[in-house]
Design a protein around this ligand. Structure first.
Ligand SMILES: Cc1cc2nc3c(=O)[nH]c(=O)nc-3n(C[C@H](O)[C@H](O)[C@H](O)COP(=O)(O)OP(=O)(O)OC[C@H]3O[C@@H](n4cnc5c(N)ncnc54)[C@H](O)[C@@H]3O)c2cc1C
Length: 240
């Protein structure tokens, strides 16, 4: 897909900040890491990000209808509150004992653990932390790592004591994934409106992030489904 798009039309290293109706176009104002701003002009904008991020990160001029922004704000970004502890080892030592590396645990910070070894032979285990995001913020990363490592030792043996590398990946702290509201999200998969139905933005914006998928909302498959749904909805899908 990437190769099929004219490289001159791909802009990287910029975050969109504002969308402004500037007839006959929509003006997107973006910003790079140095704080320099840029304007891009489009007939129609496809929002390929979670609805809650659209609502929290972008400003619209004129404002979007309030009912729509409420819906988008209340749509959880699936998995956004989650975090993992990942430990990389020189070999998958747990398999020597006939262990799969899969576990459910109620003792320690991790609740669901999987073997994350690669097909190329790099050995790793990871676990989803069951500690809620707002509690994690009050605990140091070092404490979480130590408690997670101890849990792996208890489950898989003393070799888990010395990983080659270990880290916590916390999506709740990722500005481009989660907002504060996601810290205690419901885990539901609601279905927000794709597009403003009236007003200045009615034919100018369509949501195509995974949360706008009807069938697989929030999942990877939903990201593809939502693109197809959004393009069909606004009859933007190229034929053939
Ligand atoms: C921890 C975790 C585990 C998951 N596990 C699974 C799983 O097992 N199975 C599954 O099916 N799905 C899983 N998912 C969900 C899956 O990652 C999403 O469904 C998928 O990434 C959605 O794709 P998307 O293209 O809609 O949005 P995203 O992948 O969220 O892409 C949105 C993009 O927009 C960018 N962006 C945000 N704000 C701006 C801005 N202002 N300007 C410019 N760019 C911006 C972001 O950086 C990002 O690159 C998981 C998600 C997480 C966080």
């Amino acid at each position: 897909l990437y190769r099929r798009i004219d490289s001159a039309r791909i802009v990287r290293g910029q975050a969109v900040r504002h969308l402004r109706m500037s007839e006959p176009h929509v003006e997107l104002v973006s910003e790079n890491a140095r704080g320099e701003t840029f304007s891009h002009f489009a007939e129609h904008v496809l929002l390929a990000m979670p609805p809650r991020l659209v609502e929290s990160q972008l400003t619209f001029s004129p404002a979007l209808p309030s009912e729509l922004t409420r819906q988008w704000r209340e749509t959880d970004t699936w998995m956004a509150p989650h975090a993992k502890y990942i430990a990389v080892f020189d070999r998958p030592f747990w398999r020597d004992q006939g262990l799969s590396g899969e576990a459910r645990s109620a003792v320690g910070p991790m609740v669901e653990i999987h073997d994350a070894s690669t097909q190329e032979g790099k050995a790793a285990l990871f676990g989803f932390l069951g500690v809620p995001a707002d509690v994690r913020r009050r605990v140091s990363e070092e404490e979480l790592i130590t408690a997670s490592r101890t849990q792996f030792v208890r489950l898989f043996g003393s070799q888990a004591e010395n990983p080659e590398a270990e880290f916590i990946k916390d999506w709740a702290k990722e500005f481009y994934t989660a907002t504060h509201t996601d810290e205690r999200s419901s885990g539901n998969h609601p279905m927000p409106a794709l597009s403003p139905s009236s007003g200045a933005w009615a034919d100018r914006l369509t949501g195509i992030g995974s949360e706008w998928s009807r069938e697989f909302t929030g999942y990877l498959a939903g990201a593809i489904d939502a693109v197809n749904r959004g393009l069909e909805y606004k009859k933007l899908k190229p034929s053939g």
